[in-house]
Design a protein around this ligand. Sequence first.
Ligand SMILES: [Zn+2]
Length: 359
Amino acid sequence: MPVPEGIVPGVQTGENLMKLLKYAQENGFAYPAVNCISSSSVNACLEAAKVAGSPIILQVSQGGAAMYAGKSLNNKDQSASIKGAIAFAMHARLMAEQYGVVAIVHSDHCAAKLRPWFDGMLDADEKYFAAHGEPLFSSHMLDLSEEPIAENIETSAEYLKRMAPMNCLLEIELGITGGEEDGVDNTGVDNASLYSQPEDIMLAYETFTPISPYFTIAASFGNVHGVYKPGNVSLSPEILGAAQKYVAEKIGAPEGSKPVFFVFHGGSGSDKAKIDEALGHGVIKMNIDTDTQWAYWNGLKEYEAANHDYLQGQIGNPDGADKPNKKKYDPRAWIRACEGSMVARLQECYTDLKSLGKQ
Ligand SMILES: [Zn+2]
């Protein structure tokens, strides 16, 4: 199935971004959103998208952006995370075209205390918009789910006002994603806050809609970051279905319509049947990080196991005491193994999200 008309490979923003989201929702599939921390992980994602023949969402967290910039840098006032995120977006823009892939460039969770990072990225978007007529990033997530819900929505609306002239999309979080990610530990939170209420989703919808249609909601339906023993996570995607129905009724939309674009956080390790169910309730983006972290590492683990005897010194291996091992320890060899493993894992993700061959 081809992508909607008018969309050519490269990073998509504004109207084209909206077309892609609607296309996914109408056809009951979602795009994988993969956390990147280096040019290597961006390239692996683009390669995965090319193999799958489908668009991809590349995203960077605040910690991932600091890594992109180089961990030794001082991150005072988020300056390293801002520059790292910009470098990530620029790299993604150049390379998405080169790979011939339709891509969306996004920033992940930004809690209240990290707002200077968010502000810095919006500054970069505005500067890019002035020069090119579109924002640098397709979208950003502002995660004020630790704040009271009214404050979360009110502050998010202020940001959406700033983003609206650029048609830059805002993702917010309602309720709390359990587990731990990027240094935010929600492993001990009360169970009730792991499930969003339809009234809260409606409040966000009616507050944002007059400002801009460019928003998505990461609602909580028992999802957690990280991978845990089976049985420890109880996903209830029907919560999303109930919220769609509630909002549709309130706004007088036809029965069965899905007014809200939902985002599924904590996709790693999730029950495949629950993922499938979530797609039916209007989820258009699923975040995957932990499983691709494992895949990247596992590529190295297997490489080392297969080449162990050639990786113990610069010279000397089973073929002879004077044989050089340069070709084996060259980072191009083992980083490539990591990338290949991540590419393979993402094919499984595309299959789960029913988005193979959507470009
Ligand atoms: Zn998340």
